[in-house]
Design a protein around this ligand. Structure first.
Ligand SMILES: *[C@@H]1O[C@H](CO)[C@@H](O)[C@H](O)[C@H]1NC(C)=O
Ligand SMILES: *[C@@H]1O[C@H](CO)[C@@H](O)[C@H](O)[C@H]1NC(C)=O
Length: 320
């Protein structure tokens, strides 16, 4: 019910953001050695289709959401969609936080690599990677590294972490999906960084997942090409990154570090953001991208500047 009334507002927001991005994009992209700013913009900076994005993203933070009439999901993210040739990878760094959450609450930092299909829920295909705190699923309020995937909107394929066959962990990988991230950032002090690189192997078509905690990303496993059908076997239509929370309406949940990004010293960030094209070339995101904030008083994102933005919010004392 929240979503219905909010979607109208989001539609308006979308138009406003899209116009803003289209107006400023030309100014913020400098020319590059092999391509002009205009080419980068065309490649990667098309507006997000918010209607389909939200539908695709809801349910990804909490499997109980659909059954739970009083749970609400909020997003604050940036994203790119509708690039003519699609997307073949994402590179970025998330700082990781600890959050004291109760049953029913969930909070995640995510990159969504997706194809929303024709709009039917079962046509959603995506891969989601990041860190999350989900007491209902893990039985604790610790921060976990997670992956999630589906080829059909979770109707009969896909799952979180290694709960089903699909993701193939690399032997000897330093981190396995579902692992606890013990040391987290302190909002005013040292940061703990999750370095991510998810990139398609141009030969096999597998999505290769690289990840490193406070060190360069190393291969930790893959989503075989054979898991996916249709266009998503070859490329993603959209890539989105930011925060998502779910909670009962009576119990708001911190996103990111819990701090609104008006306080950039304390707010969570995603930095070093790069998008990968069909030739395997990584393009640093030098300008802003469309954003979505479904409750902007509580959860927000800053514009992307030099491949970094801050996000999160909701006043709740963070755990240090
Ligand atoms: C957004 O996605 C929905 C569902 O896939 C589709 O019906 C609609 O036409 C799309 N809107 C735009 C502007 O592309
Ligand atoms: C990419 O795919 C090719 C062909 O299957 C394979 O030989 C190569 O090892 C793959 N690279 C990685 C990093 O998995």
């Amino acid at each position: 019910m929240l979503c219905k009334s909010d979607q109208r507002e989001m539609g308006i927001l979308l138009v406003a953001c899209t116009l803003f991005v289209l107006l400023v994009a030309g100014e913020v992209h400098g020319s590059r050695s092999h391509a002009t700013g205009e080419e980068v913009k065309q490649k990667f900076h098309a507006p997000i289709n918010e209607t389909s994005s939200i539908r695709g993203l809801i349910g990804h933070v909490s499997p109980h959401l659909q059954d739970s009439s009083d749970a609400i999901v909020y997003f604050a993210y940036h994203g790119a969609a509708s690039a003519p040739n699609g997307y073949y990878g994402f590179i970025g760094t998330m700082d990781v936080y600890g959050l004291p959450l109760a049953q029913g609450q969930g909070s995640a930092a995510a990159v969504w690599i997706s194809d929303e299909g024709d709009g039917a829920p079962s046509s959603l295909k995506n891969i989601m990677i990041g860190w999350d705190v989900l007491p209902d699923l893990y039985g604790d309020s610790k921060t976990h590294f997670y992956i999630k995937w589906t080829n059909d909107g979770f109707q009969s394929t896909g799952c979180l972490n290694l709960k089903c066959n699909g993701f193939q962990p690399e032997k000897g990988a330093a981190i396995t999906p579902g692992d606890v991230i013990d040391h987290v950032s302190s909002p005013n002090g040292a940061k703990r960084n999750l370095n991510l690189k998810i990139i398609k192997n141009g030969t096999s078509g597998d999505w290769l997942v690289h990840c490193g905690l406070d060190r360069p990303p190393q291969l930790i496993g893959r989503f075989p090409r054979s898991l996916f059908t249709g266009g998503f076997a070859d490329r993603a239509v959209g890539i989105t990154f930011g925060g998502v929370v779910s909670a009962p309406i009576t119990k708001p949940t911190p996103m990111g570090s819990g701090y609104l990004p008006t306080d950039v010293k304390s707010a969570a960030s995603i930095s070093n953001i790069q998008l990968v094209d069909q030739n395997g070339r990584a393009w640093p995101v030098t300008g802003d991208l469309p954003k979505l904030e479904t409750n902007r008083n509580a959860y927000a994102v800053t514009p992307i500047v030099n491949g970094r933005f801050y996000y999160g919010g909701h006043e709740q004392p963070p755990m240090v």
